[in-house]
Design a protein around this ligand. Structure first.
Ligand code: SF4
Length: 290
């Protein structure tokens, strides 16, 4: 990477013209950001068709090594950037979040394509997460289905500009220098449907509300599970939406006997008759089966 001192000259102190190619007066944040933006190592993984475009971006025709990104790492521990390139299924979001947690700070996420950004053409699919940002903090979204290599490079440049705007003096820009290790992102749980552990309280409330009702129950359990990524008013609406439940008919026979005012002898006689009929039916079935 060629060092352009003019890029680093960010202060108001004038530098004599004959020294400008040898001397730079700059801030610590500028040097720090310059180093990070030009050595952004993406993680080596792809999810679907968008990954082919990502591979094309890395190859010689487009070549994102010009941005210091050519060292794609096959381990999260040496990666700075996660390019989510493709459809995120409910099965895959679990290892994706786990890999993200294993990346050291500072780390960034780029959602490449319609699928990673919002579910894309498979948004309504039973197995698709409608946007990786439901689980991970996304820094840059690249639209398209698939985005061209040029579009991905534009997204990478946008990420570099974002890094340029960060400052060591602002704690929110560099949270990885905070006190103690950062909290890991909760890894979703894959059961019959995907469960976001951050919404456990809401799920528990829904379950308690459903258990507490005698004549009412939530519309469908699956509905509630699908609504997991929803926060706020819509989730509340799903939790409180109810339908009338048919009264459960249990122990009908005994109830009807007692309601009909039959005495104990009559009930016993009726039961003996039914037992006898049942035994006859069983004997006939066995005879038929040989
Ligand atoms: S956005 Fe389009 S090209 Fe990319 S993974 Fe989805 S369907 Fe494939």
């Amino acid at each position: 990477m060629e060092l352009n001192l003019q890029e680093l000259n960010k202060t108001e102190y004038p530098i004599p013209v004959d020294l400008q190619s040898n001397v730079a007066i700059t801030s610590l944040s500028s040097v720090y950001n310059w180093g990070r933006r030009n050595s952004m190592w993406p993680m080596l993984f792809g999810l679907a068709c968008c990954a082919i475009e990502m591979i094309a971006t890395a190859s010689s025709r487009f070549d994102f090594s010009r941005f210091g990104m050519e060292v794609m790492r096959a381990t999260p521990r040496q990666s700075d950037l996660m390019i989510v390139s493709g459809t995120v299924t409910k099965k895959m979001i679990v290892p994706i979040v786990r890999l993200y947690n294993q990346m050291p700070e500072p780390k960034y996420v780029l959602a490449m394509g319609a699928c990673a950004s919002g579910g894309g053409p498979f948004k309504e699919g039973y197995n698709v997460v409608s946007g990786v940002d439901k689980y991970l903090p996304v820094d840059v979204y690249v639209p398209g289905c698939p985005p061209t290599p040029q579009a991905l490079m534009y997204g990478l440049i946008a990420l570099q500009k974002k890094i340029d705007g960060q400052s060591l003096a602002v704690g929110d820009d560099v949270p990885w220098y905070g006190v103690g290790p950062a909290d890991p992102t909760p890894v979703p749980i894959l059961g019959p449907d995907i469960i976001d552990p951050r919404q456990m309280d809401m799920i528990r409330r829904q379950a308690e509300a459903a258990a507490g009702r005698e004549t009412e129950e939530p519309v469908y359990r699956l509905d509630a599970a699908r609504a997991l990524p929803v926060f706020g008013a819509e989730a509340e609406a799903i939790a409180t939406r109810t339908v009338k439940k048919e009264a459960v008919k249990t122990d009908v026979e005994v109830k009807s006997f007692s309601q009909a005012g039959m005495d104990a002898d009559a009930i016993e006689a009726l039961r003996a008759k039914r037992r006898e009929n049942a035994l006859k039916r069983k004997a006939a079935r066995l005879a038929k089966e040989g």
